[in-house]
Design a protein around this ligand. Structure first.
Ligand code: AMP
Ligand code: ZN
Ligand code: FE
Ligand code: FE
Length: 274
């Protein structure tokens, strides 16, 4: 079994890197990619334990990028060890934009009478603070009943406190992954608007794969993406998008609502693009 999409506490998951590796071992995984949002921080702590337990650790990342005014998540996989310093420098810039967005988000919340400070959200995140951390503070302080309400009312795209974050264009992100020696795959195409034409467009811009297997994609959708990948000469990737308690539907090693095992051939097929 394999899983090429997972998150730790370094972004918005609930497991430490070591806990995630252990959970992957218990699930019977031969290979695990850790793909935290915009950070590589989990790889170093995860690597020794993965080696000890005989799990191949694939260094991955999930980059939030923009395309045609919308957010697109791009997965990057580095099969030959950590990406070069140039790439980490490029990421640092993205993290700075996130910190800036977080400060503006907290200010906007306080304008609306929601007494939330950026430090409170940051104390829940580790390498990276995201809106799910803000949501937890909002809930703990009684301004919303649950995640859903926190996003709908305040910090979601249509919430009153929503503020934009500067992010790289998806084509720049694809280029950055390539230049760092990685393979770029489009995450959860089910969430991409006009997926077919967008994927064709990104394929000509250097995209190498699409995530055909994902928790939020049905077996029928997976078949459709496999066909599309074949037609466009793309490889495919697959992962659960495990976030621990922050995404209860995702199970390590499984896709399609936790019902289908992610096939092992996906990894070999992806590595061939490297
Ligand atoms: P950020 O990268 O800080 O802007 O936060 C994005 C994360 O917030 C996503 O990866 C989701 O986990 C979460 N998120 C975004 N929109 C919603 C929503 N409407 N409801 C629940 N979680 C959401
Ligand atoms: Zn996430
Ligand atoms: Fe994502
Ligand atoms: Fe993810």
């Amino acid at each position: 079994m394999i899983d090429l999409h997972s998150h730790t506490l370094e972004s918005d998951g609930t497991s430490t890197p070591e806990e995630l590796v252990r959970a992957a071992h218990h699930a019977g995984l031969g290979a695990l990619a850790i793909t935290d949002h915009d950070t590589l921080a989990a790889h170093e702590p995860a690597a020794p334990l993965a080696a000890q337990l005989g799990i191949e650790l694939v260094r991955g990342i999930e980059i939030s990028s923009k395309h045609a005014g919308r957010t697109i998540h791009l997965l990057g996989y580095f099969f030959d060890g950590p990406p070069p310093a140039r790439f980490t420098g490029w990421l640092e810039n993205i993290l700075e934009h996130r910190r800036d967005r977080n400060r503006r988000l907290a200010a906007r919340l306080r304008q609306l009478g929601v007494d939330v400070h950026v430090e409170e959200a940051e104390s829940l995140g580790r390498g990276l603070t995201g809106r799910p951390h803000f949501a937890r503070v909002i809930i703990e302080k009684g301004y919303a009943r649950d995640m859903r309400e926190a996003f709908d009312k305040y910090i979601g795209e249509y919430g009153e406190a929503f503020v934009e974050r500067e992010a790289p264009g998806v084509v720049d992100a694809i280029r950055a992954v390539h230049e760092a020696g990685g393979v770029a795959s489009l995450a959860h195409p089910v969430r991409v608007a006009e997926a077919e034409s967008t994927i064709a467009e990104l394929a000509s811009a250097g995209l190498q794969a699409i995530e055909a297997f994902h928790t939020d994609q049905s077996p029928a959708a997976t078949e459709m993406y496999l066909g599309l990948a074949r037609k466009l000469g793309l490889a495919v990737s697959g992962g659960s998008d495990f976030h621990g308690g922050n995404k209860p539907g995702a199970q390590i090693g499984y896709c399609a609502g936790g019902r289908v095992v992610i096939p092992d051939w996906v990894l070999a097929n992806l590595r061939d693009r490297c």
